[in-house]
Design a protein around this ligand. Structure first.
Ligand code: FMN
Length: 257
């Protein structure tokens, strides 16, 4: 009797041990693949927002069409180098977890509810055939209803007109806030203007934009039943195109307001 209980426990233990070894080995061996998939997913969004994605070509190959630069948010300057970081591997979101590489955003300024802002970000530049800037692809993030939405905005060479928006991660509800991924809604951002008289005025309104409204180029249709997500998107645009975000850089590049 005793022997059979011992045997049962022994078998159960061995099965548990074997299973845990299998799970942990596959978790470790798949980690690199998962990391690469995540990176590829973000790169895909960057290519899509820049409107240059070709499904027949590899993402890595297409990504070489873009130039990556560090941006110092304190000065608005673009940098080719930052410490010992390899720009392709630099993760600005990890920097937000390091107090030496980020600042705590003052609650009164934290309209996008990001809590910490990295000192150095990373942007992408698409150039035309003669080497001039054609588009800038700028990371944005901010809180919606259920969590932080992470994405990119592409702007044209007037440094004020939106040419695309894409989110690569969020926790909003399918059919409501997750309509930020709706291709029709994303397309409605094309041609919208961010700044008017040096102020960020672009906003996601409640309801539909009246095209006869003289201010319609500063307004995007609200997501129906998702006013909180819509407000979150407005707030992240205000924050990232404001003084703590890209406005110094864009002013330097001479945006037409
Ligand atoms: C289960 C559930 C999920 C919801 N998800 C979202 C969401 O993702 N984004 C959002 O803004 N509102 C969401 N809402 C609705 C909000 O609670 C709120 O009512 C809404 O933002 C108000 O928008 P409206 O004024 O357009 O109705 C959700 C509500 C429920 C019950």
């Amino acid at each position: 009797m005793n022997e059979s209980i011992l045997k049962t426990i022994g078998v159960a233990f061995t099965v548990c041990l074997v299973c845990s070894l299998v799970v942990s080995t596959s978790a470790v061996s798949l980690r690199d693949l998962q990391k690469e998939n995540k990176l590829n997913d973000r790169r895909l969004k960057v290519l899509q927002v820049a409107d240059i994605y070709d499904p027949n070509e590899s993402i890595a190959q297409q990504f070489t069409k873009l130039e990556s630069k560090f941006i110092d948010f304190n000065s608005g300057m673009l940098l080719s180098e930052y410490k010992n970081y390899n720009i392709d591997e630099y993760d600005q979101l990890s920097a937000t977890k390091n107090p030496q590489l980020s600042i705590k955003v003052d609650a009164s300024d934290d309209i996008a509810i990001i809590k910490n802002r990295e000192n150095i970000g990373k942007i992408y530049i698409l150039r035309n055939e003669i080497g001039e800037i054609d588009k800038l692809i700028l990371p944005i993030r901010g809180y919606g209803l259920w969590g932080t939405l992470y994405g990119y905005i592409a702007i044209k060479d007037d440094f004020n007109t939106v040419s695309g928006i894409e989110f690569y991660e969020h926790k909003e509800t399918p059919g409501l806030g997750a309509e930020v991924d709706n291709p029709k809604w994303k397309a409605s951002w094309k041609g919208k203007k961010i700044y008017k008289d040096n102020e960020v005025v672009l906003s996601v309104i409640k309801g539909k934009v009246d095209e006869s409204d003289l201010q319609s180029s500063y307004k995007v249709d609200g997501l129906s039943g998702a006013t909180i997500t819509s407000r979150g998107v407005t707030n992240m645009v205000s924050y990232w195109f404001g003084e703590s975000g890209y406005s110094q850089l864009l002013r330097e590049l001479n945006y037409e307001s």
